[in-house]
Design a binder for this molecule. Structure first.
Ligand code: GP9
Ligand code: MN
Length: 644
């Protein structure tokens, strides 16, 4: 029987089909992509098609029989990239990015073990290429030497673009702002595939390195002058009171201050947090005019602001786009000044928000990510580990840290869309008819209960008494898309002014040996936390590049700036360029107000410059400051999680 020869186009479609199947099987078997719904399932299957059509399609422009060679070469390159990711993933549970390729330390640590990471059955990754080569050899003699008519490859590329648009559209519907907010490599691979991820990564890296190349050491001088001038002298009574004390910093996910003392169905929503705020033992100080200052990077921005006293970037998360910058962050400063050990506890994948990269630059010694916790089904909801098992499983790890430590406990359950198992909900939902607003109170109650449980455990372990305990809300939980429901919750129209007022999050602190001040009404924001802590520990902060000021200082600056140039003060606010008095009435700005507006914008610009230009690499804050060596750190339970 005589076989019909395979045409060039036939050959192309076989290649597309094989690459498509191979990629899909790889996604399923080699990566742990945490597929949660039908759309994600479909996209995972669908996304290699667009990439295969696009890249292999380029080969169709070649002349004559070379079409076949080019298809094989491109197919080989794509397969090689896919396979390299598979091998890297086996060791790092992460995908290769350009910065990881250039950090020799990363691949250095992989080098020795690379042999142990490959297996004989990996040859299956080459099966399709062998098939293609065989097909090519058998059929090429039947192919013409002429170039194909442009119409065909153009049609293929147009189909590829269409497939990609459908892919991106569905991905955005399931996960809004997938590309602009730059959350997690895992998400991009899940939604768009590993080939598109590589392009996205290359684009981000190139953009970032141009900004970096254009900066030079003189750029930091203007910033230094500005922050030194803004600096507020420490409060002499409190300077150094917490020197060498353990610090336990608790992140309340999506917790807005309006929850405090709020009553739903006649019940307090967060009775435990309320008891700290209205503290009778007078241990705690609560700042009720404290604002979150985060932008698109949400949680990651809150972490950035609190640990570096820099503003978030207007686009994307600096944790991701500036994850390889040099930083002079709190963990490293505490280590270098008072030999602190730093640790982050969080029941989510370590690569979320690029934490496993940026934490190295912060000098964070240990990162207890989801690989350290029991992530079985009953323990997990929404994004990750439920807060109650999170806190209880964290206890032994917390106790294992060497003193003094700076420990950051990051909760997660009280996160949009505020899912909770019915048997764990101890308060009825609100009744606005907007499901996420209604459930917001239930997960807040759950968080409150988990915090009480953690406090009891801390007391039992003996860690409570002598530690600084600091609690903060990371960002809003109810966005302006829910203003209709929020009107019912707070009992008034959510105007632009009111919306800004709702950006308050709690800041609550206990300093051992110091009486709490009850509720303090001073205006402050997340940017002020780092200098405040440094001064409590007896470390002068004026030499570090910081945009905030010590909240306990008499010279504390009472304006809170937001990434877009808005700001609030105790007497007036500026929102989208308009000015309001403290009753929310529009006012004509005075000269002073306009001046502050200018100053705020300038301040934000300087902070952005630091991040865009990676300017801290040029700056030596103190004589003995040693730049952080990222190669000393690695995270995740499978790796050695130590710094020494
Ligand atoms: C995920 C968690 C949530 O690890 O930090 O991030 P968010 O969506 O709040 O930025
Ligand atoms: Mn968050």
């Amino acid at each position: 029987m005589k076989n019909k020869p395979v045409t060039k186009m036939g050959f192309f479609f076989v290649a597309v089909l094989l690459l498509w199947i191979k990629s899909y099987l790889t996604y399923i078997y080699a990566f742990d992509l945490d597929i949660q719904n039908g759309i994600q399932q479909f996209l995972l299957f669908f996304n290699p098609l667009g990439s295969a059509l696009l890249f292999l399609g380029i080969a169709l422009f070649a002349k004559g029989k070379r079409v076949g060679i080019w298809i094989i070469v491109i197919d080989f390159l794509m397969s090689f990239m896919l396979y390299a990711n598979v091998v890297y993933y086996r060791s790092a549970s992460d995908y290769i990015t350009l910065p990881t390729l250039t950090q020799t330390s990363n691949f250095g640590s992989l080098g020795g073990s690379i042999v142990s990471l490959v297996a004989w059955h990996d040859l299956l990754y080459a099966v399709d290429i062998v098939i293609l080569i065989a097909l090519y050899v058998w059929n090429k003699n039947n192919w013409t030497t002429a170039r194909m008519k442009k119409r065909k490859p153009m049609l293929v590329l147009a189909t590829a673009v269409m497939a990609f648009s459908i892919n991106l559209g569905l991905a955005e519907a399931d996960r809004p702002q997938l590309l602009t907010r730059t959350f997690d490599r895992n998400y991009i691979v899940k939604y768009l595939g590993s080939y598109n991820f590589a392009i996205y990564d290359a684009y981000q890296t190139m953009r970032s390195s141009t900004q970096r190349v254009l900066a030079d050491s003189s750029d930091i001088t203007e910033v230094e002058n500005y922050t030194k001038n803004k600096f507020a002298e420490p409060n002499a009574e409190l300077f150094g009171v917490a020197k060498g004390k353990n610090i336990i910093k608790i992140h309340l996910e999506s917790f807005q201050s309006f929850l405090i003392d709020y009553k739903l169905h006649g019940e307090e929503v967060t009775p435990f947090i309320n008891s700290l705020v209205n503290d009778e033992s007078k241990d705690f100080t609560y700042f009720d005019n404290f604002f979150h200052q985060t932008a698109q990077g949400k949680t990651a921005d809150a972490e950035l602001i609190l640990d570096t006293s820099l503003y978030p970037l207007p686009q994307g998360a600096a944790f991701v786009t500036k994850g390889n910058n040099s930083y002079q962050a709190l963990p490293a400063i505490l280590k270098q000044n008072q030999d602190y050990t730093s640790a982050v506890f969080h029941g989510d994948n370590k690569s979320f928000w690029n934490r496993d990269e940026v934490y190295k630059q912060f000098g964070i010694d240990k990162f207890f990510d989801s690989s350290y916790y029991d992530m079985s089904e009953e323990n997990v909801i929404g994004y990750g580990l439920k807060d109650k098992p999170f806190f209880s499983e964290s206890m032994p790890m917390l106790e294992s840290l060497e003193d003094p430590f700076y420990a950051h406990m990051m909760t997660l359950t009280h996160h949009h869309p505020y899912l909770i198992d019915p048997d764990e909900a101890s308060i009825k939902p609100a009744e606005t008819g907007d499901p996420s607003v209604d459930r917001y109170f239930q997960t807040a109650r759950y968080l409150d209960e988990s915090l009480e449980q953690f406090f009891n455990d801390l007391k039992e372990s003996g860690l409570y008494e002598d530690s600084v305990i600091m609690i903060y809300g990371d960002h809003y939980g109810i966005s302006e898309n829910h203003n209709k429901a929020m009107k019912q919750i707070v009992g008034e129209e959510i105007t632009d002014y009111k919306e800004k007022q709702l950006q308050r999050v709690p800041f609550i602190i206990k300093i051992p040996g110091v009486d709490g001040k009850g509720t303090v009404h001073e205006y402050s924001g997340q940017i002020d936390v780092m200098p405040t802590l440094l001064h409590l520990l007896g470390i002068h902060s004026q030499n570090y590049i910081q945009f905030g000021t010590d909240m306990f200082s008499k010279g504390h600056k009472e304006y809170v700036a937001f990434w877009n140039g808005d700001f609030v003060t105790p007497t007036y606010s500026s929102i989208s360029g308009k000015f309001y008095d403290s009753n929310g009435e529009k006012i004509t700005p005075t000269k002073d107000m306009k001046e502050l507006q200018k100053k705020v914008r300038h301040e934000l610009e300087l902070s952005n410059k630091v991040l865009y230009g990676d300017l801290l690499r040029f700056y030596k804050p103190t004589e003995k400051w040693e730049p952080v060596d990222a190669s000393k750190y690695s995270y995740g339970k499978t790796n050695s999680n130590t710094v020494e």
